[in-house]
Design a protein around this ligand. Structure first.
Ligand SMILES: [Zn+2]
Length: 189
């Protein structure tokens, strides 16, 4: 979050991005967080948290949708090297969420593998329909983040780590307009 403040204000440090850092982490890595975010070109976690080489595991899918391969990748850090933090990061004006919302709303499947993303986002769609609100796509984006974070927190392999207090699973939202990351759920105490 300190890094995100630097991103918002423009006082960037660009840490861990020199040859010394490259050498330091060449043999072993110890990232402090795993971020699951969207493929959107405007939401690269390393930039918006002002981090560098070896700092984060990053998984990116359309609308940060998950399936077994992605979930396995998110679990990798916490389960194999005690990474203490998972962040599920949604964002403003998400094209993937918007397309999935439209597809489900109009009962018009998307072509090819895109439909797999729509399917994965269905629970968030249903939650958004239930919640209502002025901007259903925005509601669905936040629902997608919170549902995914809740699911990860409760999953059989991660729940024991969360209970022990050695892992936090945070749901967060990124504003394209301001660059600010807002924590939605799971803030560590
Ligand atoms: Zn997106």
């Amino acid at each position: 979050m300190d890094g995100n403040e630097r991103w918002v204000s423009g006082r960037l440090q660009h840490p861990d991005r020199d040859p010394d850092r490259r050498q330091l982490v060449a043999q072993e890595q110890e990232p402090f967080g795993s971020v699951l975010s969207c493929i959107d070109s405007r939401v690269p976690p390393e930039l918006l948290f002002d981090t560098g080489l070896g700092d984060l595991y990053v998984m990116r899918t359309g609308g940060q949708a998950v399936g077994p391969v992605v979930t396995g990748s998110v679990e990798y850090g916490p389960m194999t090297s005690a990474t203490p933090l998972i962040v599920v990061l949604g964002h403003q004006r998400c094209g993937a969420i918007k397309a999935a919302y439209q597809s489900l709303h109009d009962s018009k499947p998307l072509p090819g593998n895109l439909q797999a993303i729509v399917k994965a986002l269905r629970p968030a769609y249903e939650q958004a329909v239930k919640e209502g609100g002025a901007d259903p796509v925005e509601t669905m984006t936040r629902a997608q983040v919170k549902l995914t974070a809740t699911e990860l927190r409760a999953n059989a392999d991660l729940a024991p780590l969360v209970r022990k207090g050695s892992l936090a699973v945070v749901g967060a939202y990124y504003s394209l307009d301001t660059g600010k990351v807002e924590v939605l759920s799971g803030k560590p105490s």
